[in-house]
Write a protein that binds this ligand. Structure first.
Ligand code: NAD
Length: 298
């Protein structure tokens, strides 16, 4: 099967590598030449452009930062045609970026008009899950389109959920990430409080992990440096899920809350705290660096 993979950042790079390792013929592309060179050195085949990557592809996968990138890629920008004009009729597009559900639906409609199937399949599991091939996919698609995508998704993930029609995967993802942000801020507060009272961070983390406060951050992604050797906190808050990406997701959650008059007070507060953290210069660091906000460190 010929696959085009566009967007080889923290997540897309390891996801594309897993498809390549599974024996699929992947043509990959990213605007950042450094990412391309690093992955090429690991055996991934690079295309000269996104247009070249999708030529003859049966499946096109994208893993881009935000709605604007996905809409510009597929629909075009400034009078330039988008990638839909270059993808063959009958192909399947899987967008795994976290974007607005309305953007997924807009691109899906344009794709359908060109005879191309489009599904949203945002992921959870972090860079660790992308590397290990254990991501959770939250899919918005018709049932037949999901079945078409399943053999490809299974090479990158361990859990595949059908959230509903196109856009529903994004809604599920936004709910999850709003909860994750709240949990990360809460975990940061609890860790900082205990350490301020002289507790050993490792001991405190283990107590809470096995108690009623246990959550994903305490399991795998502790914001306190040195608790989890492989977590971004132990690597200078690099290499994970950027603060600005989390801020984007919290903005999407608030937009969808406004649209349905849902009450999300902690989600709103989490967005405000991440915005302050980003404005203080931490936008490019991993989102677990929000602990600095409650510790008062730079
Ligand atoms: P990233 O910034 O590391 O990677 C995005 C990549 O897209 C960059 O390499 C960039 O050069 C490339 N890109 C942008 N526009 C492009 C274009 N037009 N053509 C080709 N390449 C282009 O981001 P990431 O951490 O990999 O996240 C990607 C998406 O996955 C985001 O929507 C994010 O919210 C979501 N996500 C991230 C994580 C995580 O832990 N990092 C987890 C779950 C979901």
């Amino acid at each position: 099967m010929r696959i085009a993979f566009i967007g080889l950042g923290h997540m897309g790079g390891p996801m594309a590598l897993n498809l390549h390792k599974a024996g699929l013929a992947v043509q990959a592309f990213d605007l950042n030449p450094d990412s391309c060179a690093a992955l090429q050195a690991q055996g991934l085949e690079m295309a000269a452009s996104a247009q070249a990557a999708v030529a003859g592809a049966e499946v096109v996968i994208s893993m881009l930062p935000a709605s604007a990138h996905v809409e510009a890629l597929y629909l075009g920008r400034g009078g330039q045609p988008g990638l839909l004009a270059h993808i063959g009729a009958g192909a399947l597009v899987i967008d795994s970026s976290t974007i607005a559900a309305a953007s997924s639906q807009k691109v899906a409609q344009a794709a359908q008009a060109a005879g191309i199937a489009f599904i949203d399949a945002p992921v959870s599991g972090g860079v660790g899950g992308a590397v290990a091939g254990t991501l959770t996919f939250m899919v918005g698609a018709s049932a037949p389109n999901l079945e078409r995508a399943r053999p490809v998704l299974e090479k990158m993930g361990a859990n595949i959920f059908h959230a509903g029609e196109v856009g529903a995967g994004q809604t599920a993802k936004i709910c999850n990430n709003m909860l994750l942000a709240i949990l990360m801020i809460g975990t940061s507060e609890a860790m900082a409080l205990g350490v301020a009272h002289g507790l050993d961070p490792q001991v405190l983390a283990e107590i809470m992990r096995r108690s009623s406060g246990g959550n994903w951050a305490l399991e795998k992604y502790n914001p306190y440096p040195g608790v989890h050797e492989n977590a971004p906190a132990s690597k200078g808050y690099s290499g994970g899920f950027g603060t600005d990406l989390m801020l984007k997701d919290l903005g999407l959650a608030q937009e969808s809350a406004l649209a349905t008059r849902a009450s999300t007070p902690l989600g709103g507060l989490a967005r405000a705290l991440y915005a302050a953290h980003s404005l203080a210069g931490h936008g490019g660091e991993d989102f677990s660096s929000v602990i600095k906000l409650v510790q008062g460190h730079d």
